[in-house]
Design a protein around this ligand. Structure first.
Ligand SMILES: NC(=O)c1ccc[n+]([C@@H]2O[C@H](COP(=O)([O-])OP(=O)(O)OC[C@H]3O[C@@H](n4cnc5c(N)ncnc54)[C@H](O)[C@@H]3O)[C@@H](O)[C@H]2O)c1
Length: 253
């Protein structure tokens, strides 16, 4: 797949670390120029440097994705610099931090969960879709979660936001297919990143034991699924949910 995204510009949100960083680096290795967007400026600048060192152009946007008007303006500025964005990966995300029982989830945590995952994905998508339509080509991938498919005890705000990302991908797929824009979701199982490490290695090991392979995924294994979807090999996929989850859960939605 090396070189196959030559001439494409890809935007990956939440790309300072974890799955987003691995995806941005992989798409750059396939030839794309990258727009990175993340709260964490210093870590993002390192990814910008890594991509530039690999010979691709990269533009970093240090912003909270919940600032939707500013996000749309910053993406327009990035497009003026690098060219029209043809690939969008809605990846920025946060884990639950407060109590997870439904009656105890705080308003701030609830708003943050939907603000980052759902409203953030809307802002980025709204910013790039007009250009994709004008060019009659686009690829959008929403990073959801297995928890958005089968639910999760003590985390219904996370599961709800991830389920929304799946429904948004299916809806956008229907709406945008006539414009040559393919939209899919990727629903990973447990991946070792800063998000999961925040809950401790014991939790990662326990959650990994729920799947058929009895191991967690590395971020690059999720990035590979995204790379497939935006490559020529993924050209007949839209409105689908791909599930790199080690066999847990096996679901049919
Ligand atoms: N790690 C897992 O087990 C797992 C499983 C399923 C789905 N996911 C999803 O994968 C995506 C990536 O998560 P990860 O595991 O790589 O975690 P991560 O914490 O390493 O990466 C998330 C990135 O999003 C950024 N981000 C968070 N809030 C933001 C905001 N308001 N504005 C801009 N950027 C923001 C963070 O700074 C971080 O760089 C998330 O959507 C997550 O929900 C992760």
């Amino acid at each position: 797949m090396a070189g196959e995204l030559e001439g494409r510009v890809a935007l990956v949100t939440g790309s300072a670390g974890g799955i987003g960083r691995a995806t941005a680096v992989m798409l750059a290795a396939m030839g794309a120029d990258l727009v990175l967007l993340d709260l964490k400026k210093d870590a993002m600048v390192e990814v910008v440097r890594e991509i530039e060192a690999a010979g691709r152009r990269a533009h970093g946007i240090a912003i909270d994705i919940r600032e939707r008007a500013a996000v749309r303006a910053a993406i327009a500025q990035a497009e003026a610099e690098l060219g029209g964005i043809g690939i969008l990966i809605n990846n920025a995300g946060v884990g639950a931090i407060g109590p997870g029982e439904v009656e105890n989830i705080g308003d701030d945590d609830l708003e943050r969960m939907f603000g980052v995952h759902v409203m953030g994905a809307f802002a980025a998508t709204q910013a790039v879709v007009p250009g994709m339509k004008a060019r009659q080509w686009g690829r959008i991938v929403n990073i959801a979660s297995n928890r958005g498919q089968v639910g999760f005890t003590d985390g219904s705000h996370y599961s709800g936001a991830k389920g929304a990302l799946i429904a948004m991908a299916k809806s956008w797929a229907k709406e945008l297919a006539p414009s040559g824009i393919l939209v899919n979701a990727v629903a990973p199982g447990v991946v070792r990143t800063a998000m999961t490490e925040a809950h401790g290695m014991d939790t990662i090991i326990e959650e990994a034991s729920w799947n058929l392979m009895n191991r967690w995924a590395e971020p690059e294994e999720i990035a590979a699924t995204v790379a497939f979807l935006v490559s020529g090999a993924g050209a007949y996929y839209t409105g689908q949910v791909l599930c790199p989850n080690g066999g847990d859960p096996i679901v049919g939605i």
